[in-house]
Design a protein around this ligand. Sequence first.
Ligand SMILES: C[S@@+](CC[C@H](N)C(=O)[O-])C[C@H]1O[C@@H](n2cnc3c(N)ncnc32)[C@H](O)[C@@H]1O
Length: 242
Amino acid sequence: MSNSAAQPKLGIKNPYLDEFNSLGHKRVSGFSHFSLDHYRHRERMVKQYAWAIPNQIALDTIAKYGSVVDIGAGLGYWAYCLQQMGVDVVAYDLIIKGENHYTEGKPWTEVLEGAPEVASYYPQRTLFLCWPPYEDPMATDCLKFYEGNTVIYVGEGSSGCTGDYEFHHRLNHFYAEVEGEEYVHIPQWDGIHDYLSVWKRKLPNDSPYLEVKRDFCGRPVDENGKVIEDEDEDDSQKDTPS
Ligand SMILES: C[S@@+](CC[C@H](N)C(=O)[O-])C[C@H]1O[C@@H](n2cnc3c(N)ncnc32)[C@H](O)[C@@H]1O
């Protein structure tokens, strides 16, 4: 297994981005007009392609960090784009056969059946989490099982609609955003504030299994039972720099 950064190649097929661009949607300073048509396009395209739209900057950023394990990959659209660039990606999803209400249609590349536990097999790879399900422990569990040092996350901030509270807390606690790659812009659907960020483990020897203590409301607490405030408040409002 090679961990060397793949050389980005130009001219990959990215029909999702092409179709999104062909809608002629313009977003000005983070706001735009909501239209029913736009909403319908989104509803179809997130299921057919992916919940986030990969652009070349985002793909090049991922490619710099070597081989990837993508968990909760859906139809594997991001993996498909990265593989065209020579990036070694292994993609997993819990549901690859039967009804997955997040996806519709055929996978874009091979997606293996796997739950967060598979993260423990790949400490040498970058853990890639794109739109982990909202208020679901999936992304948190991936962080618990992953023993590697690099996490790339695509989604909204801690008050947004991706991942659960503990995921954002763990990410901030155990990892630090890589300077210059804490907010990589991707095209956004109306009302969505997703972006890509790259995280490196703060202390490589931190036990990934270290449990966070919680109070009766499920909020993380320190050893004295005091609630640990989230450092990363409301960054779901982060938006496209104008
Ligand atoms: C919002 S979709 C995002 C899919 C894909 N990453 C994308 O951007 O299109 C969330 C995905 O996580 C998968 N998922 C949910 N729980 C999971 C789990 N415990 N282990 C692995 N995948 C899971 C779902 O089946 C779904 O495909």
